[in-house]
Design a binder for this molecule. Sequence first.
Ligand SMILES: [Zn+2]
Ligand SMILES: [Zn+2]
Length: 130
Amino acid sequence: MTKNTRMTKQRKAILRVLKNTESHPTADWIYEQVKKEIPNISLGTVYRNLNVLSELGKIQILDYGSTYSRYDGNPKNHYHFRCEKCGRVYDIHIDLFDDINKIVNEKTAFQVNEHRLEFTGLCPICQNEN
Ligand SMILES: [Zn+2]
Ligand SMILES: [Zn+2]
């Protein structure tokens, strides 16, 4: 296998854009930002590099089924809140990962490695509009 895991200029630029936002953007948004720095980059290249960065464990791909994938510059396990009204995705800063894994490990016959949990509802901005 000769997969290219080198941090190319393009890959670095994509990673920098993603690390500098907490908005969990789509590939299209990332593409628009990176284009300011590398005008001749293509959307396909952005997608390809996002997949490689995910495989390298440097970013996370958040897959919401039918809607667009969103990308997260924080590769560590953390919870997300998705607003049902505006679609924004927020980080939830509570650390329950180890606790929940431990509970399931102790109470069931399964050996847990990871779990996924997503919160949905109304974000503070949308609550204020109501
Ligand atoms: Zn909202
Ligand atoms: Zn996040």
